[in-house]
Design a protein around this ligand. Structure first.
Ligand code: 5AD
Ligand code: SF4
Length: 479
């Protein structure tokens, strides 16, 4: 499983996982996921819905009765990878006429019926809010018809569905708390593919976390496109909050309250959250982080650009100085806090000066990690409709190389600041490189490897003295 909280490099193959499911099931599902952690989390909901329909997951597409790709639209390359993958199933489909191939997720939502017209291999197209309809849609495909449901919902949160945990380590899990996004950043396809923002009932979130604890999980990441915007009031979409009753308004729960509830209900569970948005995040979240030992001291806080002009063109609802002020307040409230970023280079109208503003903002914040991208124009977004994608590809690539190199240096610096100290590391598994070592993370989300000692096992939290580091990893020994 990929432990990065954000985008998995879409140039790589998607990842298929299998889980422990009903033994009496006879049909086989090959389910491959692309894109962000939300998609991986949704795949666990899909596996749960289909498990009830007689499907168990398999890692071998050739033995599957049903192949589903849970797709991403965030950049053009992500979509190209999925199209390539679909063409690889051509032979399988001709050998096995009863094989059903379906596309789920953001690309399904974006392309809708076009998918059935363009990709003749696809029998089934299902958007992110329509997974409950999968059993009906599969009946249609069994009758030889193509099936599609891409309706977006203002209410669907899949709150009552207990996800089948696919391919995890049994220690860390993702728990979805919000779906959709109302922010309308001009570069972004997500509001169109995942619809209006809505929050999940806090009781069902706490129940899911408690259930995970009871079966041995030690860390949860509360997941959403924009977690800080969480607002439960017993209604549907966040934008309908104004229409809520007085009682609904008085008893509404926001993100810092939810975080407080979860941390209090599960005092031994490590708690993380992702993704945060500077415009919606406020000091109360940092105060809750400071109050609870079990909330990890790490925030993924995308900035996208360090230039006010570009932030405005991106329709980010904050300035550079507001962002820096938020970081300053966070560091004052939670002194050992770590940050990571998302940055887009080469957005419409970005000059060398704007680019330099991004580089010097990075230096000012000193991020632990970063996820950096060249701007990729997405059809239908406000930027596509109103702005010119005018930064040449070679300039985008050069600027991307510069932000990546700078982030490398900053990561190295941050990692070396952890050296010489003792860190609490939650063991997540064996180190890939050395079977005699464990791999885990500290509160700040830095990966740490250290030699195994007798009596230790996956899921233990161990005090580790860090004696060295590479750019991305801490090297330690158990105390
Ligand atoms: N081009 C490049 N990167 C993008 N992102 C979102 N949309 C685009 C796009 N059109 C990046 C942003 C976001 C992350 C999930 O992906 O940095 O935070
Ligand atoms: Fe990709 Fe965004 Fe959809 Fe996640 S929400 S799968 S990143 S397009």
């Amino acid at each position: 499983m990929n432990f990065e909280l954000k985008i998995i490099d879409e140039t790589k193959q998607g990842e298929a996982f299998a889980g422990a499911e009903k033994t009496e099931n006879s049909k086989k599902l090959f389910l491959e996921s692309y894109g962000c952690q939300m998609n991986f989390s949704d795949s666990e909901i899909v596996a749960s819905i289909l498990n009830r329909e007689g499907y168990n997951t398999t890692l071998k597409p050739e033995e599957a009765d049903l192949i589903l790709l849970n797709t991403c639209s965030i950049r053009e390359k992500a979509e190209q990878t999925v199209r390539k993958r679909l063409s690889q199933f051509k032979n399988l489909k001709s050998e096995k006429p009863n094989l059903t191939v379906g596309v789920l997720g953001c690309m399904a939502e974006r392309l809708k019926t076009k998918f059935l017209e363009e990709e003749h291999l696809v029998d089934l197209v299902v958007g992110p809010d329509a997974y409950r309809d999968l059993p009906n849609l599969l009946k249609e495909t069994e009758d030889g018809r193509d099936a599609i449901n891409v309706l977006l919902s203002k209410e669907e949160t899949y709150a009552d569905i207990n996800p089948v945990r696919l391919g995890g380590n049994g220690v860390t899990a993702f728990v979805t708390i919000t779906r959709g996004c109302d922010n309308m950043c001009t570069f972004c396809v997500v509001p169109f593919t995942r619809g209006r923002e809505r929050s999940r009932d806090p009781h069902s979130i706490i129940e899911e976390c408690k259930n995970l604890w009871s079966i041995g999980y030690k860390e949860v990441t509360l997941l959403g496109q924009n977690v800080d915007s969480y607002l439960w009031y017993g209604g549907g979409a966040k934008k309908d909050f104004e229409k809520a009753t007085e009682i609904q308004k008085a008893t509404a729960v926001d993100f810092s309250q939810l975080l407080d509830f979860v941390a209090t209900a599960l005092p031994e569970m490590r708690i993380r959250f992702s993704t945060s948005n500077p415009q919606d995040m406020n000091v109360s979240v940092f105060e809750v982080m400071a109050k609870h030992k079990n909330i990890c001291k790490y925030v993924h806080l995308p900035v996208q650009s360090g230039s006010d002009k570009i932030l405005q063109r991106m329709n980010r609802q904050h300035t550079r100085s507001e962002y820096l002020d938020l970081i300053k307040k966070a560091k004052e409230t939670v002194p050992d806090i770590a940050f990571s970023q998302d940055i887009i280079v080469g957005f419409c109208g970005e000059t060398e000066e704007d680019h330099r503003d991004t580089l010097n903002l990075m230096k000012e914040v000193e991020y632990d990690y970063g996820y950096m991208f060249a701007y990729s124009e997405r059809p239908g977004t406000p930027a596509h409709k109103k702005m010119k994608d005018d930064v040449p590809a070679d300039v985008k690539q050069r600027r991307l190389a510069e932000v990546i190199a700078l982030q490398g240096a900053l990561s190295r610096k941050r990692m070396s600041s952890y050296v010489g100290k003792i860190h609490e590391i939650l063991i997540e598994g064996e180190s890939k490189k050395n079977k005699n070592q464990w791999k885990g993370r500290n509160s700040q989300n830095a990966v740490c490897v250290f030699d195994k000692t007798e009596g230790q096992k996956i899921g233990d939290t161990v005090s580790v003295f860090v004696h060295g580091n590479t750019q991305g990893t801490l090297l330690g020994r158990a105390e």
